[in-house]
Each structure stands twice: as structure tokens, then as C-alpha cells.
Ligand binder design. Structure first.
Ligand code: SF4
Length: 161
């Protein structure tokens, strides 16, 4: 007889699509994370994946972009991609609200998904404290955003709701 594992949470978890190995990164590299908690969530079908930048209409691969001092988002060549980033953030928020999402696991350092560190806008690989545009929007709507190194914190947070 099979014993069914208890579902890990009644809530779905929003996750950056690239963390599940989807080919959505700006550099088209596959970057799937390996983790037992993640496997458990996958097994229970509670992960909802999205790539804000692809949802905002950007292609894969695409030029790297960074948030500038004035809040705009530009590629190194100076192309302003703020509109696509904002559109993707709004679509991500909409998906989260439709699914009663309480917590998200988003990829650290991304100008969309970063939650504690982002690049400084100079394209010299310097990190600063900050958050991506999707993270900012989700947090403004009360959704807790964690990074891929904080999966246990996500589980603890959901268990405490
Ligand atoms: S926007 Fe987010 S989900 Fe999409 S590739 Fe970048 S970090 Fe991953």
C-alpha cells in the first residue's frame, strides 16, 4: 500500500522559470537548481513558474540589462527596456494574485527577480543592495519574496500561515 506524503502547503509558490531549468535566461544558459524541497514541491504540483522578462515580450537570448540610477532599465548598448520589464512585472503580479500566492522564490541578482542584490547599472559586475522590478511590485502587494538559497525559509513561512 502506498502512503501519500502530506502536501507541503495549501498555497502555491511562484518561482522564477529559470530555476526550474526553463530556457528563459538572457544568456540562454540552463540554470536548474537541485534541492529536495524543490523536488517535493514539484511532486505536489504547487509550483507556478514564470519568467517576467519573457512574459514582458523579450526574447531568449537577449542583451543583459541593468537598473540604472534613475530607475530605468537599459542594456549596455543603451537600449531602454523598461517598458518590457514593467509589463512582465505586471503579468507576474496578475498571475500571483489570481493564484492567491503568498510566497515567491525568485532568482537573486536579476534586474527583474533579484530580492536583496542587483547589479549597479554599470555592467562591471558590481553588486549592490537592491531588488528587481518584479520583486518590488510583488512585495508592494504583500507577497513575500525569497531567493533560491532560502527554500527552507519559504517552507517555514508557509507553514506558519
Ligand atoms: S527574468 Fe527572472 S525568471 Fe526570467 S530569466 Fe531572469 S531571473 Fe530567470
Amino acid at each position: 500500500m502506498h502512503s501519500l506524503k502530506k502536501a507541503p502547503s495549501p498555497y502555491k509558490i511562484l518561482i522564477s522559470a529559470c530555476l526550474l531549468g526553463e530556457n528563459v535566461r538572457y544568456d540562454a544558459k540552463i540554470n536548474k537548481i537541485e534541492n529536495k524541497l524543490l523536488d517535493n514541491w514539484l511532486q505536489h504540483g504547487i509550483l507556478l513558474s514564470i519568467c517576467p522578462e519573457v512574459c514582458g515580450g523579450l526574447a531568449t537570448p537577449r542583451p543583459a540589462a541593468e537598473i540604472q540610477n534613475d530607475g530605468s532599465i537599459k542594456t549596455q548598448a543603451g537600449q531602454d527596456v523598461s517598458e518590457a520589464f514593467t509589463a512582465g512585472a505586471l503579468k507576474t503580479l496578475q498571475l500571483a494574485l489570481e493564484n492567491n500566492i503568498k510566497a515567491a522564490v525568485l532568482t537573486e541578482k536579476s534586474p527583474s527577480c533579484g530580492s536583496s542584490q542587483i547589479y549597479n547599472g554599470s555592467f562591471d559586475r558590481t553588486l549592490i543592495s537592491g531588488q528587481g522590478v518584479t520583486t518590488q511590485l510583488l512585495r508592494r502587494h504583500g507577497i513575500q519574496v525569497f531567493n533560491q538559497f532560502q527554500l527552507q525559509q519559504v517552507q517555514d513561512y508557509l507553514d506558519g500561515l
